[in-house]
Design a protein around this ligand. Structure first.
Ligand SMILES: C[S@@+](CC[C@H](N)C(=O)[O-])C[C@H]1O[C@@H](n2cnc3c(N)ncnc32)[C@H](O)[C@@H]1O
Length: 281
């Protein structure tokens, strides 16, 4: 693997990647309403060849494989070894009749995938590139003429209650937090519609469509489970990753108490807001 995106590689191969891998069921459940919209828009057809970018623990690659059937093919690429290991283990138990999946540890920004794919898709895996134009150009090169790109990325943080509600509760525990650079890699890299459009066009994509998607996310069946979800994955985990264990524990307790106050002892559901983006070659 090359040295581009080294920080992201360290991040997704470290503690956070391991946590995502261990708790992928909760993530897949929370993201399920978005996943459904992604596949409805992608409208994959049996026999197609699909590239999953930043496939993580494999949920979308496996859905694609089942949709394509045995005549199709999925290449699922990610920087993270722990996530790929989990994905591979899930695939080993997967359904007969599904397309074969190649799990590939690769940087989507520069790996030569060959111009072989009918469709490239991603669930929240395209916002972490050092050089987004180079990355989308590389993804564009992986598509056949007439190929399609479909992906999900987050809208601004302040439209995502599943982030802002627990975040507001933990900020008082932390030293002042520098706002993230809007054009640096991170979950909100393409929150502004105008941040993405020129990048996709410079990368050679055409007829870009941007649809706002608002869905309720189930963060957990209890305040404890939901607080664990909120504090250990996603933007809050990024905030807390340099913190002492005692601060992380305090954050978990504060979020649990907040959710218990708001939702009682039952399931915790908060709003999520993302863009569903599709484009042609
Ligand atoms: C927010 S996670 C989403 C994972 C998965 N798509 C899901 O929805 O569960 C982002 C993923 O993108 C991967 N990733 C980040 N930068 C990448 C790159 N340059 N090439 C390939 N994968 C990358 C990370 O390792 C991580 O698995």
């Amino acid at each position: 693997m090359s040295a581009v995106n080294q920080d992201q590689s360290d991040y997704w191969n470290g503690e956070v990647g391991q946590r995502w891998a261990a708790h992928h069921h909760a993530l897949d459940r929370a993201f399920a309403p978005f996943t459904e919209a992604l596949f409805a828009r992608a409208a994959l057809k049996p026999g197609q060849r699909v590239l999953d970018i930043g496939c993580g623990a494999g949920e979308t690659a496996l859905i694609a494989a089942r949709t394509l059937g045995s005549s199709g093919h999925v290449t699922a690429a990610d920087l993270s070894q722990p996530l790929l290991d989990t994905a591979r283990a899930r695939a080993a138990q997967d359904l007969p009749g599904a397309a074969p999946v190649e799990w590939l540890r690769a940087d989507a920004q520069e790996h030569d995938f060959g111009a072989a794919f009918d469709h490239a898709l991603s669930r929240f895996g395209v916002m972490f590139f050092d050089d987004s134009i180079a990355a989308f150009r590389n993804i564009r090169r992986a598509l056949v003429t007439g190929g399609r790109l479909t992906f999900l990325c987050w809208r601004p943080m302040d439209e995502n209650d599943w982030v802002t509600v627990p975040r507001a509760a933990v900020l008082p525990l932390l030293p002042p937090v520098e706002p993230a650079a809007p054009d640096g890699p991170g979950p909100f890299r393409f929150a502004a519609r105008e941040a993405l459009l020129p990048i996709l066009e410079a990368a050679g994509f055409r007829a870009v469509e941007h649809e706002p998607l608002d869905r309720t996310m189930l963060l957990g069946d209890t305040p404890e489970a939901a607080a664990e979800f909120a504090a250990t994955r996603g933007p809050i985990a990024r905030l807390l990753r340099e913190s002492e264990p005692a601060v992380r524990q305090a954050a978990l307790e504060i979020i649990t108490a907040l959710f218990a106050e708001r939702f009682g002892s039952g399931p915790v559901r908060l709003g999520g807001a993302c863009w569903l983006v599709s484009a042609g070659t």
